[in-house]
Each structure stands twice: as C-alpha cells, then as structure tokens.
Design a protein around this ligand. Sequence first.
Ligand code: SF4
Ligand code: MG
Length: 320
Amino acid sequence: MNAVLEVKKLKKYFSTTKGIVKAVNDVSFNITPGETLGLVGESGSGKSTVAYTVMGLYQPSGGQILFQGQDIALSHHKRKRVLKKELQIVFQDPGSSLNPRQTIENILTLPIRLHDMDYKKGIAEKVQEILSLVELPVEYMEKYPRSLGGGEKQMVAIARALATNPSLIVLDEPTSALDVSIQAKIIHKLIEIQQEKNLGYLFITHDLSLMRNIAHRVAIMYLGRIVEIAPAQQFFETPYHPYTRMLISSIPVVSSEEEKLKPGKIPSTGEIPSPVNMPAGCVFHPRCANRMPICDQEEPTDFEIKPGHWVKCHLWSPKK
Ligand code: SF4
Ligand code: MG
C-alpha cells in the first residue's frame, strides 16, 4: 500500500552556545493509511523534533518528507492549504492548546472555516458530527474549555484535528497528562476513529507499554536515531537492540504469561549522554551491557534482521 507519509534520512540540527545539537540524525520511516507507527523514546531522544519537523514547525536540516508522494519539507507558513488540512497534530496538554476564551463550538468551527471546506451539511451539522465522533454531547458546543475535565479537553483537541478530515494525525504524547482510566478510553476512541476513517497516526510517546494497545509498528529512538523498528507483535516478542530489550524489561509485569515473554533483563549503566557531545561509534555504547571493541569505533548501520524488522547494532550486523 502506498505510504501516506514517508520520511527519508531526515536531519534536524540546532546550533547552541555549546555547539551543534544533532537532534534528529538520518531518521527514516513511513506510515500507510490506517496504520499507527509508535515513535518511542526517552526525553531528549528527538522524537518530538521529528514530529514538529513533519508538521513544518521546524525546517529540516536535510532529508525528505513526502506526504502522499509530494515533498513537503517546507515551513508551515509556506505549505499549501490542502496540506495543512490533510496533516493535523494533537499536543500533550489540551489545557494550553485550546483557547480558553472560545466556546467549544468556535474552537471546532475555526479549522473548518480556515480550510474553506466544501461541506454540504453546513457548519453546525459538521461540528455536531465531529462531537458525536468523539462521544461528547451536543450541549458541549456552548461550553468553554475550563468547564471540561482533562480527558474531555483532549477529546475536543482530537475533534478539532478531525474537523478538516485529515489523512494523518501526529499524536504528541496525547494521553500522558491524563489518568490511566481516561488514557484507556482515549486510546480506544482513537482506534475506533482510525478504523472508521482509515487514518494514519504517528504516535509519539515515552510510554512503551501503551504501544502494545495501539501501534501496528514500533520505532525506538535514541539520541536522534531510530535504533530499532518492527511490526508491534514481533517487536515485543523478539526485540534485538540492547536498548529496546532494556526498555521492554522495565515495563511492569501484569501477568505470568507476559513474564514468560520478557527477554532477559539487561543491566544498563549511566545516563543519556549530552546530545552536543555524542559518543563515538554506537551512541548507545556508554550504557550498553553487550558492547564489543568495535562499538566505540564504528557507528552501526541499519540491518533488516527479519522482513520489516530493522536494527542498528553491531551484534546483529552481518559484518560483525
Ligand atoms: Fe551495544 Fe554495540 Fe549494539 Fe551499540 S552496537 S547497542 S554498543 S552491542
Ligand atoms: Mg516531547
């Protein structure tokens, strides 16, 4: 199936007083219609920078971003209206992303007006339709964000993203500010909407366990690189990268079945190195329990260990 989004060797560098920060370094992935790619990493891994660069909030330092086959490595400002309508984002904190002075009706009407959509039913019907899609009562049109709970606000933010009938939504930690029960409800709703609309999701998160429930494929980022990407089931059952194994082994165990599936615990030492002073060779080597002499000399390249399952680690690369 043709990808809705293709990111090829994306780079985003920032110059700081301490030097150049290579926040995103040769990141490649794609998303097909109806698919969720989970982009997972600790803070500072570059996952949000990927999201903001895809959205045009940052100009890339290199590489390509293809949306429905068209190169869109342009600033948000220069993007065509059709593109802004097709590509939407939901931020982590609905409290600050919703205008407190506007009613829910106005918040949801704005993107429809802005994108000059050719809707036959009229704007009020369209607003009602998207409210019912996220299961909020029609009476909420009159309300202001402050009278809504955190989960309801995020549902409004999701409704706003859906208002322009996009093909892809970037979800930047959309549930991490919410209670676990509300989190589950929102994830469930997102899956339902995706199936109904054949939407692609780029789901950015630091919470790997959440990806078991929603992602079709999972990519792990570490210091600006994707170190492993695989179909979700395979990813959780047979992770290859030492960093992925470390992350999976730190997910709390909920059943004895899951305990059996867990890979051996791999001890890791140290904190994430500074992105200004990247370690030589494999950037994970200072924390890696499996490191070999080659690891601080040569950066590993991507190796496809099984169809669609890529890993960036000397342990698995054929020329080891
Ligand atoms: Fe560890 Fe070496 Fe693999 Fe890096 S390349 S993750 S240091 S084994
Ligand atoms: Mg972030």
